[in-house]
Design a protein around this ligand. Sequence first.
Ligand code: SF4
Ligand code: SF4
Length: 338
Amino acid sequence: MEIERKLLKRSSLERLVDMMRSDGNMIYAPQKKETQVVFDTIETFADMTEDYIVSNQSPKFVAFPKIEKILDFSISQEGIRQEGTQLAAFPPVVVLGCRPCDADGFDSLTAIFNWDYKDELYNERLKRTTLISISCAQKDDYCFCTSVKGHPGSTRGSDILLTRFDGGDYLAEIVTEKGKALTEKYAALFEADPGIEKDKFLAEVKPRFEVEGLVQKCMGMFEHPVWIEQSLRCIGCGACAYVCPTCACFDIQDEAAVSKGERIRCWDSCGFGLFTIHTSGHNPREVQSQRWRQRVLHKFSYMPERLGVIGCVGCGRCSRACPVDMNLSEHLINIAEV
Ligand code: SF4
Ligand code: SF4
């Protein structure tokens, strides 16, 4: 749909939070907790922080929880009974104040979770989620969204994108039918287009590499020695995957007592040595360089080739979180140049 522009005054956003909560929505927003900024439920607008660059954890957990029950099962003389998760019980969720790159990350996840098998848990949770992002007025040296087709004011992936301008009010860009339905429901809070040019309120993130060329190059680099050189200091901790808005690896396990239990899935990481180990003991990715190669090629070669999306939105979280300073954008520049 064509993007509509409205004015959302700061006082109206405060009221919007109250009204959406009264209507039964769970509202997740960035909050300062000790040294971190994390997405958690808020009760009022005042609980939220806007003074941050990128949160430590991405908000992807609203559609892809860290740990999620898939089904309950029991075994008796009558046979095996299994009962799937009740999708209708998922609550309506609003993610408020995520960054454009976070919203973009859901497009990558959607492509993964609908590649061959349609993941109804993910799809149902996302269907009940409305993303109200806020454009970036700040950036740091880890941000590289503009190198992977993103932008500090990109509307891609958001249902509504807010851009804060002088005086603290917001330009609201209504991007999707879901966003439009929300603005129609709370129509009294949204006013006529303020007519501002949003670009001057955005951070400037200069592109660092040309991604189409990088994707083409990665396609022929499986045996290249660069993976060994780059991964020498990677300790395989998996932090990069756990903070990433587009990483979708998970493990499935049965948590069972004698005759009943539940099947759960939980986040996993291709950076872990045990991730690909077979029951026989054979591990097709035996060394860390093969795991690092998988991480980079999955995002910059396999996903573009198979799903038509890049598996990275340039948020820089992986590099900020890495305990040994593996800087993804520097490594990508290096790959583009070798
Ligand atoms: S966070 Fe750093 S050290 Fe840990 S697996 Fe990722 S790249 Fe390796
Ligand atoms: S790979 Fe790193 S920079 Fe890219 S989306 Fe994931 S966390 Fe962000």
